[in-house]
Design a protein around this ligand. Structure first.
Ligand code: GLU
Length: 480
C-alpha cells in the first residue's frame, strides 16, 4: 500500500437505523476519499453482540445506496483487505493480541466480576475514579481465551495530539487505563478492533464524532505499543438540534434517514444539506451537486463548533434540487404521487406542481385542495360565479365570450391561451372576466390562474365546464 494514497472508512455498528449524524460521517469520509482519488471502505463494527439489531447492515447499505455514497471496498462487495465485518476478523485481533502479550503489553484479567465490583465500590467510597491499572497484577498469567485480555498502558503520560479539525488536543493521565482488548466472549472491544482494522486496511484518515476524543489517549497508547503511526484524526463537529439545544431530537433529524426518502426528499438535497452541516466550501454557493462537493471538500474547512440542523434549510435545498432535476425525472417522481391522474394532465400540470412543493411528499397534502379539480369536475355554486358588485348576467356574458375565444385559441402553450383571454379581459375588467372563469373551471375561490387551468384541462374539458356554468346561470335566471 502506497503511503500517499488516502484511505478512509465508514465504520458503523449495526445497532439500528442510520440517522443524519452517521450519514454525515460517511459523507465526509467518502467526499475526502473522492477528492483525493483515494479509497473509501464500508466496515461493519459488530463486536458488541448484545447491541446488535437484526437488519441494520441491510439498512445501512440501503441508506448509503439511496444517497449515492459508494464504497470501493466493503462488507457486501469485498476487497483486498477483507473481510470487512469485525466478527469475521477474529483471527487478526488474536494475532495482534499475541504480539502485545509477547511485548508484555497485554495480560489476562485475573479478577472475578465480584472482585471488580468491589474495587469500583471502594473507589466510589473514596470519591476517586476507578482505575483498573491501580489493581494491575504484578505477574501476568497465561491467556487461554476464557478471561478477558487487558492492555497494559505502557507509559502514564499526558498525551498531546493533533486533530486535523480541532488542532492540538490533550487529556490528563486519568484518561489512560488498562482497558479490555478482547472480552471473555472472544470478541474484541471497539477500542482494540478499530485500531487493528485501520492498520490492516491501510486507513489514513479517521473521520468520527467528538465522543471519541475522550478515548483517544488510550488509542494513542495502543498505537505506541504496536509501534504504528496513527492515522490522521479528524473530529467532526456535533450536530445540534433546532434552536441549538444539545441533542438532536426526532423532529430535527435523529430519525431514520430513509424516512426522508419516504417523505419525498431527494438524496441530492440530503447530501448537499449534510455536506454543509459542519463544513463550508468558502464562497456563497450553497446548492451543489455531489460532484461539486467532492471536488471542493477539504479538511481545513470543517468547523470546530456545533452545526445546527435546520429543517427549513433542508426544505429549501430540497426545493432547489427538485428544480434542478430534468423534466423527465420530475415527472416520474410526480406520477408516483398522482397515480389516478392522466399522464397528459400530469405533464401539463408539472410546472404548477413543482412550483408549489418543497418535497414530493407535499403532493399528498396539497393534492385534494389544489389539484383534485383537474380530474374531478367541480360542483360550482352559481352564486359564486358572481364577481364583487357585478351580477350573474355579466358573468354569463363574459363566460360566453371566453367560450368563443377558447374555441379558436392555440392550446399548444399556456401563454397563447393567456394572451387570447387577457386581451378580452383587459377591455372588460379583469375581475369581471377572470373570476367567473376561474370559478367555472375550478369551483375554488383560490386556485391557480384560469389560463393554466384551461391549458391543463384542454379545450374540450374547459369548454364543457364553462358551458356547464353558463347553463346553471341560465337555469337560475329563468326561475327568477
Ligand atoms: N463503530 C463506531 C460507531 O458506530 C465507529 C467509530 C469509528 O468510526 O471509529 O460509532
Amino acid at each position: 500500500m502506497s503511503t500517499s494514497q488516502v484511505v478512509t472508512r465508514f465504520a458503523p455498528s449495526p445497532t439500528g437505523f442510520m440517522h443524519v449524524g452517521g450519514v454525515r460521517t460517511a459523507l465526509y469520509a467518502w467526499a475526502f476519499a473522492r477528492k483525493n482519488n483515494g479509497t473509501f471502505i464500508l466496515r461493519i463494527e459488530d463486536t458488541d453482540k448484545k447491541r446488535e439489531v437484526a437488519g441494520s447492515i441491510e439498512h445501512i447499505i440501503a441508506s448509503l445506496h439511496w444517497l449515492g455514497i459508494q464504497w470501493d471496498e466493503g462488507v457486501d462487495i469485498g476487497g483486498k483487505n477483507g473481510p470487512y465485518k469485525q466478527s469475521d476478523r477474529l483471527a487478526s485481533y488474536s494475532k495482534y493480541a499475541h504480539i502485545l502479550i509477547e511485548k508484555g503489553y497485554a495480560y489476562p484479567d485475573p479478577y472475578s466480576e465480584e472482585e471488580l465490583a468491589e474495587f469500583r465500590r471502594q473507589a466510589e467510597e473514596q470519591k476517586r475514579p476507578f482505575l483498573y491499572r491501580e489493581h494491575r497484577p504484578t505477574v501476568f498469567g497465561e491467556w487461554d481465551g476464557t478471561k478477558s485480555l487487558r492492555f497494559k498502558i505502557p507509559e502514564l503520560k499526558n498525551h498531546i495530539w493533533n486533530d486535523a479539525v480541532r488542532g492540538e488536543l490533550t487529556a490528563g493521565i486519568d484518561a489512560l487505563d488498562d482497558f479490555i482488548l478482547i472480552k471473555s466472549d472472544g470478541y474484541p472491544t471497539y477500542n482494540f478492533a478499530h485500531i487493528i482494522d485501520d492498520l490492516e486496511m491501510g486507513v489514513t484518515h479517521i473521520m468520527r464524532a467528538d465522543e471519541f476524543i475522550a478515548s483517544t489517549p488510550k488509542f494513542l497508547s495502543l498505537y505506541e505499543a504496536l509501534e504504528i503511526t496513527p492515522p490522521v484524526l479528524v473530529t467532526l463537529p456535533p450536530i445540534l438540534g433546532e434552536g441549538g439545544n444539545k441533542k438532536l431530537g426526532k423532529r430535527d433529524g435523529a430519525k431514520d434517514i430513509l424516512e426522508y426518502r419516504n417523505e419525498g426528499y431527494l438524496p441530492e438535497a440530503m447530501v448537499n444539506f449534510l455536506s454543509l452541516l459542519g463544513w463550508n466550501p468558502g464562497g456563497e454557493k450553497e446548492i451543489m451537486t455531489k460532484e461539486e462537493i467532492c471536488q471542493l471538500f477539504s479538511l481545513d474547512r470543517i468547523h470546530k463548533g456545533g452545526a445546527m440542523f435546520n429543517e427549513e434549510k433542508l426544505l429549501w435545498m430540497n426545493k432547489e434540487h427538485i428544480r434542478l432535476q430534468p423534466k423527465e425525472l420530475q415527472l416520474s417522481f410526480v406520477k408516483k404521487y398522482l397515480q389516478t391522474y392522466d399522464d397528459a394532465i400530469v405533464e401539463r400540470l408539472l410546472p404548477t406542481i413543482i412550483d408549489r412543493i418543497s418535497t414530493y411528499g407535499d403532493i399528498v397534502t396539497i393534492e385534494p385542495a389544489e389539484f383534485r379539480f383537474f380530474i374531478e369536475r367541480p360542483i360550482v355554486s352559481v352564486e359564486n360565479l358572481k364577481w364583487k358588485n357585478s351580477d350573474l348576467q355579466d358573468a354569463l356574458t363574459h363566460l360566453q365570450s371566453v367560450l368563443d375565444i377558447i374555441q379558436s385559441a392555440d392550446f399548444s402553450a399556456m401563454d397563447s391561451i393567456k394572451q387570447a383571454i387577457m386581451t378580452y379581459a383587459e377591455s372588460h375588467g379583469k375581475g369581471n372576466v377572470l373570476w367567473p372563469l376561474r370559478m367555472a373551471l375550478s369551483g375554488q375561490e383560490k386556485s391557480v390562474d384560469p389560463f393554466t387551468i384551461c391549458y391543463v384541462l384542454g379545450r374540450d374539458e374547459s369548454s364543457m365546464r364553462i358551458q356547464n356554468a353558463c347553463t346553471s346561470i341560465r337555469s337560475i335566471s329563468s326561475t327568477q
